[in-house]
Design a protein around this ligand. Structure first.
Ligand code: C5P
Length: 229
């Protein structure tokens, strides 16, 4: 379910959808947030939706490796996305806004197994699409440009070399755990991390965030100009 928030009114913008995909530690969250702020767009972190669902299952004692139990329990969870006019789309679990608890090592360890379950992906992709269809949004994840929203006007795949990604890894996650999560995310049968054929691949290794943000903001300006023609 998506919640109406703040102004309670019309959330639809006649504006672009920007997809930013990439593996953990590629810098995509930092870049996506900054791009959304600069271009006055909403920001949807789809990884947070997989993390919130994983946290809910862990709280209920569902073993992440038990795909049948994960699929059965996921459907009953009260997970909501609350888009505002711009800025971060909040993720709510049982009515509470989720934050740092989604980044714990425990959730990071379990999330890849949960997100490989097709029923989980169907459920979360539907939730993500409901928000992205409002337009005016930067959506970041693994499969946005290839699967969730292939019609995105700006499509980026961000990479970085493994040493740099290990330095930027999520809090509490060892380089080994990050590498394992990446292997699982790229090797799974259901919607693996994948570069859309028409995505622009940007290697962030050794580059300033501000520089990459400028590059993407320029692409957004060009896409907006194209829409106005
Ligand atoms: O982006 P982040 O590292 O927070 O994502 C957490 C996990 O959620 C990933 O390791 C992956 O298993 C899953 N994920 C996914 N598809 C997305 C975004 C995240 O499967 N679009």
């Amino acid at each position: 379910m998506i919640m109406e928030e703040l102004d309670g009114g019309q959330h639809t913008h006649d504006d672009v959808v920007v997809a930013i995909d990439g593996p953990a530690g590629s810098g995509k969250s930092t870049v996506a947030q900054a791009v959304a702020a600069r271009a006055d767009l909403r920001h949807l972190d789809t990884g947070a939706t997989y993390r919130a669902l994983t946290l809910a299952l862990l709280r209920q004692g569902v073993p992440p490796a038990d795909a049948d139990a994960v699929a059965a329990k996921s459907a009953d969870l009260a997970l909501e996305l609350a888009p505002g006019r711009s800025g971060p789309v909040r993720v709510l679990l049982d009515g509470s806004v989720m934050g740092e608890e989604l980044r714990s090592a425990e959730v990071s360890r379990a999330v890849s197994a949960v997100s490989a379950v097709p029923a989980v992906r169907e459920q979360l992709v539907a939730l993500q699409r409901a928000v992205i269809s409002l337009g005016g949004i930067v959506a970041e994840g693994r499969d946005i440009g290839a699967v969730v929203w292939p019609q995105a006007e700006v499509k980026i795949f961000l990479t970085a070399d493994p040493a740099e990604r290990a330095r930027r890894r999520a809090r509490g996650e060892s380089p080994e755990a990050l590498a394992l999560r990446d292997r699982r995310d790229s090797g799974r049968a259901a919607s693996p991390t994948r570069v859309a054929p028409d995505a622009l691949v940007i290697d962030s290794t050794g580059r300033e965030v501000a520089d990459i943000v400028e590059e993407i903001v320029a692409l957004i300006a060009a896409a907006r100009a194209g829409r106005d023609r």
